[in-house]
Ligand binder design. Structure first.
Ligand SMILES: [Zn+2]
Length: 161
């Protein structure tokens, strides 16, 4: 396990570790959806250790005006998300890349809906060269999911301190 204090939260399963930067943790906490607010969502951006299944989530995007946002659905339509990914990729000489999506649910311990699972499968088929992670921000917890052996599972959260 790597120790990096700027990454206070870690999601893991038997083969993969995902560290979350404190700014991203703070953004997830701020994005929590209360009763009558619309869903919030965006992409997550980070890096991977060479040769190890160890990922570092460092940036995210949030809804832009060109997106479609409802109470139970969203579509990442605004090209600004891709523009941020491209900019981070360029600034970091290719170290930072698109690593998945996040969105909010108005429930404390969020579970993916059938729409989420379909959407995540589409994201994976468009990016079959890499591992992707999908975060759902509930009103109490935020959770990370990934697909392994054709099924999505929830990764286990720990505090990296
Ligand atoms: Zn959802």
């Amino acid at each position: 396990m790597c120790v990096e204090t700027a990454f206070p939260v870690l999601f893991a399963d038997e083969s993969t570790h995902v560290y979350i930067h404190e700014d991203v943790v703070a953004a997830f906490q701020q994005a929590r959806q209360s009763g009558n607010e619309k869903e919030r969502f965006g992409v997550i951006i980070g890096s991977k250790d060479n040769g190890k299944e160890c990922y570092w989530i460092e940036y995210l995007t949030e809804p832009y005006s060109g997106d479609d946002s409802g109470f139970k659905s969203f579509t990442l339509k605004d090209p600004a998300h891709q523009a941020v990914v491209d900019q981070k990729f360029k600034e970091s000489d290719g170290r930072l890349a698109y690593l998945g999506t996040w969105h909010t649910h108005p429930e404390p311990f969020p579970a993916p809906s059938s729409v989420d699972l379909r959407d995540w499968s589409k994201c994976l088929s468009r990016n079959d060269d890499r591992q992707l992670f999908f975060c759902i921000v509930g009103t109490s917890e935020f959770r990370f999911f990934r697909r392994q052996n054709r099924k999505f599972h929830q990764m286990k959260m720990t505090h990296n301190i």
